[in-house]
Write a protein that binds this ligand. Structure first.
Ligand code: NAD
Length: 264
């Protein structure tokens, strides 16, 4: 790239991947940064990603939404898996990547973050819910799929462990589901609209820790790029959108973004 040098920032971590200085320079010069995050930003927190071989998320065939809706057995199995996964990453704390992105929002350099993650670690890094667009929902609570009432996991788990029954809504008796978006479930319209608005309102779109294969989420980097934003991809592995990116930093997120991270 031919830009002038970056404004000053903390020294780059010596283990940072090649291109990290250029990345920090682009961030330093941008005025409206939107980060788009995937499961890779949470691996440093101890939450396994989806596609890396051996991932526990891949251990079972996913239960599609329509099966959850029509089958009591599928609902019981979904809740059994949910609590097993929750136990795997209980107590996960925000990574350096989460903390760096939260600092950009707090400092007024970013209007918000679009995430595919369901772990609420952006909020744990200090961001209010309004600053985080959750395209695939949030796994830290549940909702009734009939009336949309919110339900808390602790009470659901206690009842599930006592009875083995999938939870039902106290208000309308509808099935209660983790507030995540399952395969085959419609995308949340409000999150889709906000993600599009953010993608169109930024001058730097920063993809962090995503294989960029899940649609329609992976359309947002393309929307931002077509609208004139610079596109940066920070990921351990190549992605299908690398050819249209202005900068690809292939390596670990934590060391690359560490100079921007503040305590959570
Ligand atoms: P993905 O697993 O398809 O891709 C993650 C990418 O991050 C991979 O290319 C991997 O090489 C890279 N990566 C992992 N750790 C990294 C690190 N420390 N530094 C740099 N790169 C790293 O994830 P995705 O693109 O987000 O799509 C998976 C779907 O699964 C999403 O829809 C998401 O909702 C869901 N999911 C969420 C979580 C979570 O909330 N933490 C975890 C697993 C799956």
């Amino acid at each position: 790239m031919t830009d002038s040098p970056a404004p000053s920032h903390a020294p780059t971590d010596p283990t940072a991947p090649e291109g990290s200085d250029e990345l920090l320079g682009l961030i330093g010069r941008a005025s409206r940064i939107v980060a788009f995050t995937g499961a890779g930003i949470s691996t440093e927190s101890g939450v396994p990603d989806f596609r890396t071989p051996g991932s526990p998320w891949m251990a079972n065939k996913p239960i599609p939404y329509d099966e959850f809706v029509r089958s009591e057995g599928a609902r019981r199995e979904a809740w059994r898996r949910k609590f097993t996964m929750d136990d795997l990453y209980r107590g996960a704390r925000p990574s350096r990547g989460h903390r760096a992105l939260a600092a950009l929002v707090r400092e007024g350099r970013s209007p918000g973050i679009v995430t595919q993650n369901i772990d609420a670690l952006h909020q744990a890094a200090g961001l209010p819910d309004e600053a985080v667009v959750e395209l695939h929902g949030n796994g830290t609570y549940a909702v009734c799929i009939a009336c949309d009432r919110r339900h808390e996991l602790a009470a659901i788990r206690a009842a599930f462990e006592a009875t083995g029954e999938a939870p039902r809504c106290e208000s309308c008796d509808g099935p209660v589901k983790s507030a995540t978006v399952s395969f085959g479930q419609p995308m949340p319209p409000d999150a889709m609209r906000r993600a599009r608005d953010l993608s169109l309102a930024c001058d730097l779109f920063l993809c962090v820790g995503s294989s960029l294969v899940v649609q329609p989420a992976a359309s947002f980097p393309v929307i931002a790029k077509r609208n004139g934003a610079r596109l940066v991809i920070l990921n351990r592995e190549p992605t299908g959108l690398d050819p249209i990116a202005d900068l690809v930093v292939q390596g670990e997120i934590g060391p690359a973004l560490a100079p921007l991270a503040r305590p959570a």
